[in-house]
Design a protein around this ligand. Structure first.
Ligand code: ZN
Length: 214
């Protein structure tokens, strides 16, 4: 906990970011902030500043648009992320991917572990790696522990697409990008995704590009 009235260096950094209105700039791959483990959140931002920062993350995620955003992606190395997915997808995609709506949530100091053996492989992308997507096999179900933005303990099982989102965002806080876990031969431009690989599952892409699915 911050125990004095002095602002921490991270608080100064966040104040600077929030000095301008509108979405924050998103850091792209190649910046070391995306490759370091973020600091556990322990009061470095006082409650009012934390609330303003979380709101800025939400606005930035919506503007991108994306379904999750981790603090290091705006250059702040703290273990905080936001998620929200209205899941505006066709029914067949919803069923194949388990892409159900995920309400807005703030993840503070999140950690996950698999809940079961099952894995699911789908294309995903990252706001810090614009223009590309790749197939990542992830735990189909995870148990997420940590806190919310009010410091309340969280211990919850996520399945389907929300499980993918919480794994992707928590990985960011450990300096891991989705590409580290991706099937390299699946790497596809946004154009190729739109033109060829919009199917509910990556089966056709796996056959055509030559990679395995779990
Ligand atoms: Zn990402």
């Amino acid at each position: 906990m911050a125990t004095s009235n002095e602002r921490t260096p991270l608080a100064e950094r966040v104040e600077q970011l929030l000095a301008e209105d509108g979405p924050l700039a998103i850091v792209a791959a190649g910046d070391p902030v995306l490759r370091r483990a973020a600091e556990p959140f322990d009061g470095q931002l006082e409650p009012a500043l934390l609330a303003r920062f979380v709101e800025a993350l939400r606005v930035t995620m919506h503007a991108a648009p994306g379904v999750g955003l981790a603090a290091p992606q705006v250059g702040v190395p703290l273990r905080i992320a936001v998620i929200e997915d209205p899941a505006p997808v066709p029914q067949e995609v919803r069923i194949a991917r388990g892409r159900v709506p995920q309400p807005f949530r703030v993840l503070v100091n999140p950690a996950y572990e698999p809940a079961g053996e099952s894995r699911a492989a789908f294309f995903e992308g990252c706001l810090s790696v614009p223009g590309w997507q790749a197939v990542v096999a992830r735990h189909a179900e995870v148990r997420l522990t940590g806190q919310d933005e009010h410091g309340r303990a969280v211990d919850e099982v996520f399945t389907g697409w929300p499980a993918r989102i919480v794994q992707h965002e928590t990985d960011h806080l450990d300096g891991t990008l989705y590409l580290d876990r991706a099937e390299p031969r699946s790497l596809s431009s946004d154009e190729a995704m739109a033109r060829r690989w919009a199917q509910p599952t990556p089966a056709a892409a796996a056959a055509a590009l030559g990679f395995d699915l779990p």
